[in-house]
Write a protein that binds this ligand. Structure first.
Ligand code: SF4
Length: 351
């Protein structure tokens, strides 16, 4: 798939380098199409119409009953579709949850996206354009009396459909573009990964990988339980993760770049006192880790959410053992936009 920049260079092979910067600036401005991008010469704007202004197209929007979560079904090249989510956050602004692949190969057993399998990687343009889509949507479409006071997108989580580190180069390119062209700083962007160890190692030495936050989906500090939840988990994953996390914290061990372990709470699977103890011991061996407990969102597969009392007891046990832990509030479960629920029943995705 050709990038927008390659398409531009083919259309205008002899333009000076500043012209592409001008085009990129226009793409991130308040313009809603090439016609409104008045910083670009008019004659050039006509030819630029051969390049889609946005590489994702809206197919459908669903809004949760409380108006705090908006889920977009977006068309991408080749007749495929992805989902992307806009959520009100506690800062009076919006967080977007962005997809990195059409489907996912990781097959996490609680996740609806994992049931789809992988169709293809998204390009960096398609990842970036989910931000641009939501920016246009929040500035032009949200009703003025909405719960939030600002249309501003303040945070990005790469936590939608797909495993970001299985699409490393395109995700890295998208992150660098978002950091260069928006007012969102690296500690307000989080990449969530199931834990692809070679790619995590690469991040430690990759000068082009920006200092965004990382969240690793751990789900259990007992190897056999983790394998049950994440069937693609490596043998000896936990010692590998421990070694990597210690090295990561040596490089980035300040409070603003803390490392997060995500932990989906599955009834009778990973929520016992033994699991809580194993998690505390594992985290305490590493150092400054924040644990995020995620009450499971039903996806029609064979798991149940842990009871509230169990989640509270698990959380208390972590706190007693000096582990910093939070319980994530569920957003958008009524429109299947919550964590683990993104899925598309579109035959074209499986061509
Ligand atoms: S939880 Fe993430 S990595 Fe696992 S199958 Fe779902 S989308 Fe893929």
């Amino acid at each position: 798939m050709e990038t927008r920049k390659t398409q531009f260079e083919k259309l205008f092979p002899n333009e000076p380098a500043f012209r592409w910067k001008q085009i990129e600036d226009a793409l991130f401005s308040s313009a809603n199409g090439w016609d409104e991008a008045t910083t670009i010469p008019k004659s050039m704007r006509e030819s630029l119409k051969e390049i889609p202004w946005l590489s994702v197209g809206l197919a459908n929007i669903q809004v949760s009953a409380n108006g705090e979560t908006h889920k977009a079904l977006l068309n991408v090249e080749g007749g495929k579709q992805i989902e992307s989510v806009l959520m009100a956050n506690r800062r009076g602004a919006w967080t977007i949850c962005v997809s990195s692949q059409v489907g996912c190969a990781m097959r996490c057993s609680f996740c609806a996206t994992g049931k789809m399998g992988l169709t293809r990687n998204l390009s960096s343009d398609e990842i970036v354009d989910q931000y641009r889509f939501w920016k246009m949507y929040s500035e032009n479409t949200l009703p003025p009396d909405h719960l939030t006071t600002s249309p501003r997108i303040s945070n990005i989580v790469i936590m939608g459909m797909g495993e970001p580190l299985a699409n490393y180069e395109e995700v890295r390119g998208a992150l660098n573009t978002l950091l260069a062209k928006t007012d969102i700083g690296p500690t307000h962007i989080t990449v969530s990964t199931v834990g692809i160890l070679p790619r995590l190692e690469q991040i430690l030495t990759d000068k082009q990988w920006p200092p965004v936050r990382l969240a690793v989906s751990l789900h259990s500090a007992i190897e056999s339980t983790r394998k049950q939840i994440v069937p693609t988990s490596y043998d000896e994953f936990l010692p590998g993760l421990e070694r990597w996390a210690k090295n990561y914290l040596k490089l980035h061990g300040n409070r603003r770049h803390h490392l997060t372990f995500e932990y989906v709470m599955l009834k009778g699977v990973n929520d016992s006192p033994t699991h809580a103890k194993a998690l505390s011991t594992f985290v305490n061996r590493i150092g400054r880790i924040k644990v995020n407990l995620i009450p499971y969102n039903l996806t029609g597969v064979d798991f149940e959410r842990s009871d509230d009392t169990t989640i509270t007891a698990f959380h208390d046990s972590l706190q007693k053992n000096n582990v910093t832990a939070t319980v994530r509030r569920a957003m958008g479960a009524d429109i299947t936009a919550a964590c683990g629920q993104l899925s598309i029943d579109n035959p074209a995705n499986f061509d």
